[in-house]
Design a protein around this ligand. Structure first.
Ligand code: ATP
Ligand code: MG
Length: 418
C-alpha cells in the first residue's frame, strides 16, 4: 500500500478526553477513530490488524471443530425472558430499543439464548452431537466505566463459541481442548508469556470457569499468580476453599493487575433446560444438551498488545499481527529514490512481503516519527547513500538496530518470520 493513498493521517495529539494509552496511540497512528466515550471505529490500518487477530482466532477455532456462523444483533424479548435475563435488574448492561409498534427489542450482549433456541431445529438425536458453533459478532454492552480505550468499549466484536455436548465427559474433553486452543491463540498473538490461565467462579454448573488474564497496569482486574504452576486465581475464588481446590498456598501467590482477554465457561444444562434444547439418547430417553461458552475480544486483544508493546515513540507490533511486514521509506522524495523505492516495492509485493510504502513528499523527520508511531516491525530507508552502496538499510522497530543486507537476504528473513 502506498502511504500517499491512505486517507487516514497520523496526528500529534489524541483527543483531550482520551485517557487510555492504547487508544491514544492507535488514534495518533491513524488506526482508529473515537466516535464518543467507549465507541471506536476502525480505519484502514486498524482494520488490517483487527482482521489479522480475527484470522488467528478463526484458524484455531476451526482446528478444534468450530463451524462459523453469524447471528443477528436484534434480540426478541421472549427468548431472554425464558432464562430470566431480560429484566434490567438481572442484566444491567442491555441496550434496548423498540419497533414502531412498540415491540421491545434488545441489542445482543451475548448469544447463549438465541443460539440455544436456534439449535432446537438442528439437534434432535445423539447423532447430531457434539456441535461447536462460533462467530465474530458485534456485541452491545452499556458499560458503566469505559476508560480503557478499545479494551472496554460499548460496541465491540466478540468471538463467541458455544459447545453442545451429549455427556459431561464429552463436554469436559472439549473444554480442555478449547483451553489449549486459547493458549495457542495468545502465544501466536505475542502475549503468551504474560497471559495466565486464571481460575474464576464457575456458576452453579462447575467448580471453576477459566479466564485468560494478561498482566498489564492498564488492566482493571487483580489476579493472584502462582509462578511455579503458571496459573492464577481471580478475586472471586481467592479464599480458603478456592486455594485448596486449586492446590496452592496464599503465601506463594503474587498479586498483579491484569486484563481478561478471554473466558471459557461450562454452562451445564442451564440454557438447554430453560429453552428446551433436548436430544434423544441411544436408549431412547430425552436429555438436555450440555453446553459451554468460550469468548475472546479481538479489539481488547489489540488494545492489550499496544499497552504491552509500545514505547515513547509509538507502537511496536509483534510480527504476527502487524499491519505490514515492512515500512519502506524514501528520503528525500526525488526521482532517483522514487525509482529505486518503487522497484523494491514491486519486487517485495511479488515475493509475498506486505509493504507500506511512504511515497509522500514529506520531510525525513516527519516520515521517521510517523514510522515509529505506526510501529511496523521492519523499516527500510532508501536514500542516495543506500542507492550508492547497493545495500538495504534494515531497521528493527523493536530492537532499534540497523542491519545492511541485500534484497534477497531481506526477503528470506521476512519469509522465515511469516
Ligand atoms: P469484563 O469482566 O472485563 O467486563 P466480561 O466477563 O463481561 O468481561 P465476557 O462476557 O466473558 O466478558 O466476554 C468475553 C470476552 O469478550 C472477554 O474475555 C473480553 O475479551 C471481551 N470483552 C468483554 N467485554 C468487552 C468490552 N466491553 N470491550 C471489548 N471486549 C470485551
Ligand atoms: Mg468474564
Amino acid at each position: 500500500m502506498r502511504q500517499s493513498q491512505l486517507f487516514s493521517k497520523t496526528r500529534r495529539e489524541a483527543p483531550k478526553d482520551e485517557v487510555a494509552k492504547n487508544a491514544e496511540l492507535l488514534i495518533r497512528g491513524g488506526y482508529i477513530h473515537k466516535e464518543m466515550a467507549g465507541v471506536y471505529s476502525f480505519l484502514p490500518l486498524g482494520l488490517i490488524v483487527l482482521n489479522k487477530i480475527i484470522q488467528i482466532i478463526r484458524e484455531e477455532m476451526n482446528e478444534i471443530g468450530g463451524e462459523e456462523i453469524l447471528l443477528a444483533s436484534l434480540q426478541q424479548k421472549d427468548t431472554w425472558q425464558t432464562t430470566d435475563r431480560w429484566d434490567d435488574k438481572k442484566v444491567d448492561n442491555w441496550f434496548k430499543t423498540k419497533l414502531k409498534n412498540d415491540t421491545e427489542l434488545g441489542l445482543g450482549f451475548t448469544h447463549e439464548e438465541p443460539l440455544t433456541a436456534l439449535m432446537r431445529e438442528h439437534i434432535r438425536s445423539y447423532k447430531d452431537l457434539p456441535r461447536y458453533a462460533y462467530q465474530f459478532q458485534t456485541k452491545f454492552r452499556n458499560e458503566t466505566r469505559a476508560k480503557s480505550g478499545i479494551m472496554r468499549s460499548r460496541e465491540f466484536i466478540m468471538k463467541d463459541l458455544y459447545s453442545f455436548s451429549k455427556s459431561q465427559k464429552e463436554h469436559d474433553e472439549f473444554y480442555e481442548k478449547a483451553k489449549e486452543s486459547y493458549i495457542t491463540i495468545f502465544q501466536r498473538i505475542g502475549i503468551g508469556e504474560k497471559t495466565y490461565v486464571t481460575f474464576a467462579s464457575g456458576g452453579s454448573f462447575s467448580k471453576f470457569s477459566h479466564e485468560f488474564q494478561t498482566i498489564t497496569d492498564a488492566g482493571e482486574d487483580i489476579i493472584y499468580i502462582s509462578d511455579e504452576k503458571k496459573i492464577a486465581l481471580n478475586k472471586e475464588v481467592m479464599n480458603d476453599e478456592g486455594l485448596a481446590a486449586v492446590g496452592v498456598k496464599k503465601e506463594d501467590l503474587r498479586e498483579a493487575k491484569a486484563v481478561e482477554v478471554g473466558n471459557i465457561f461450562s454452562l451445564g444444562t442451564r440454557f438447554s433446560e430453560a429453552i428446551g434444547l433436548t436430544y434423544v439418547a441411544l436408549d431412547g430417553s430425552k436429555k438436555p444438551v450440555i453446553m459451554g461458552s468460550y469468548g475472546i475480544g479481538p479489539a481488547r486483544l489489540m488494545g492489550t498488545v499496544v499497552e504491552l508493546f509500545s514505547d515513547d515513540a509509538g507502537i511496536v507490533w509483534p510480527k504476527s499481527i502487524a499491519p505490514f511486514d515492512i515500512h519502506l521509506i524514501e528520503v528525500p522524495c526525488d526521482e532517483s529514490t522514487n525509482k529505486a523505492a518503487t522497484k523494491l516495492y514491486e519486487n517485495l509485493k511479488k515475493a509475498g512481503v506486505s509493504v507500506l510504502y511512504d511515497d509522500r513528499d514529506a520531510r525525513a523527520g516527519e516520515k521517521f516519527s510517523d514510522s515509529d508511531l505506526i510501529g511496523i516491525p521492519t523499516r527500510i530507508v532508501i536514500s542516495k547513500k543506500t542507492i550508492e552502496e547497493g545495500m538495504l538499510e534494515v531497521k528493527s522497530r523493536a530492537k532499534g538496530h540497523v542491519t545492511k543486507m541485500t534484497e534477497s537476504q531481506l526477503v528470506a528473513s521476512i519469509k522465515k518470520a511469516q
